[in-house]
Design a protein around this ligand. Structure first.
Ligand SMILES: [Zn+2]
Length: 269
């Protein structure tokens, strides 16, 4: 079994062939999907998508730091409605992005603060986004970890992880901090990029026990398809690449990472 832990299938990139894309992924062995709805206009379409594929799809609902300029506190009660919906598996993706708008770091932090307590209130794990800035010292990972350490009190009973740091692009030390905070690491097609030897080394050192697979589609296809639209049917290729890096079979990677993902998001078999 394979689980796609991070897709944006409601993106307009899939407007013409969404059903066919999902069918292809299912045929490729991807059995479950976590759809990420991280802007207010995405919440209802994502809920509908989940409802249309019972047992296959679950949703993360939240407000992405990249959309901070559209953030209004009045959106939070609406977000709560979606977190209370049976389709909700997680809060997210939320976090800090210093790459595009480091000058809005304070606003992003406030938006993160406003959302984090909802994971406790609704008993949901969190999908985190963190991206460092272009200048040295613009460390989104350090800022996120500091916040989580100081006052994120969600501890799901009986689960090993309380969230995932998706599209991991930090250092080995960041990965260790994340795992220490009860987060899994989301690995996607960027693992296969030639320049990403640091990530491959980090995954090797961290071990597969805290890794989940994702595509982040429509962005970040594996190296074999750079420049094209990404979609969840690439999950087996990512499993194969991670297996290559670790000297394991793709099947073993699939089993281990899917077990972690199913437990993290509370997905039933
Ligand atoms: Zn995403």
């Amino acid at each position: 079994m394979l689980i796609e832990t991070h897709c944006h299938l409601n993106d307009r990139a899939f407007a013409d062939d969404r059903g066919a894309v999902i069918g292809r992924a299912l045929a490729a062995g991807v059995e479950k999907f976590v759809e990420i709805a991280c802007a207010a206009p995405e919440w209802e379409p994502a809920r509908s998508l989940c409802a249309a594929w019972p047992g296959k799809f679950a949703c993360a609902y939240g407000l992405h730091p990249e959309y901070v300029k559209d953030y209004r506190p009045e959106q939070l009660p609406e977000l709560e409605k979606f977190l209370a919906d049976p389709t909700a598996a997680a809060l997210g993706e939320i976090g800090l992005d210093y790459w595009w708008e480091p000058e809005r770091a304070e606003e992003q932090r406030a938006m993160l603060e406003a959302q984090l307590p909802l994971s406790v209130k609704y008993g949901k794990p969190v999908v985190f986004h963190a991206r460092n800035g272009k200048e040295p010292g613009q460390d989104a990972y350090a800022a996120l970890f500091a916040r989580l350490k100081s006052s994120w009190s969600y501890f799901p009973p009986g689960r090993r992880h309380r969230g995932v740091l998706h599209c991991f692009s930090g250092s080995y030390d960041d990965a260790r901090s994340a795992v220490g905070l009860g987060l899994a690491i989301g690995v996607n097609g960027s693992y296969t990029y030639p320049r990403n030897s640091d990530l491959r080394e980090t995954v090797k050192k961290i071990g597969l026990g805290s890794v989940v697979l994702e595509t982040d589609c429509p962005y970040l296809p594996p190296q074999s398809s750079r420049g094209k639209r990404n979609d969840p049917s690439f999950i087996p290729e990512i499993a194969l690449a991670v297996g290559d890096g670790l000297g394991m079979s793709a099947a073993a990677v699939a089993e281990k990472t899917s077990g972690t993902a199913a437990e993290l998001f509370g997905l039933q078999g």
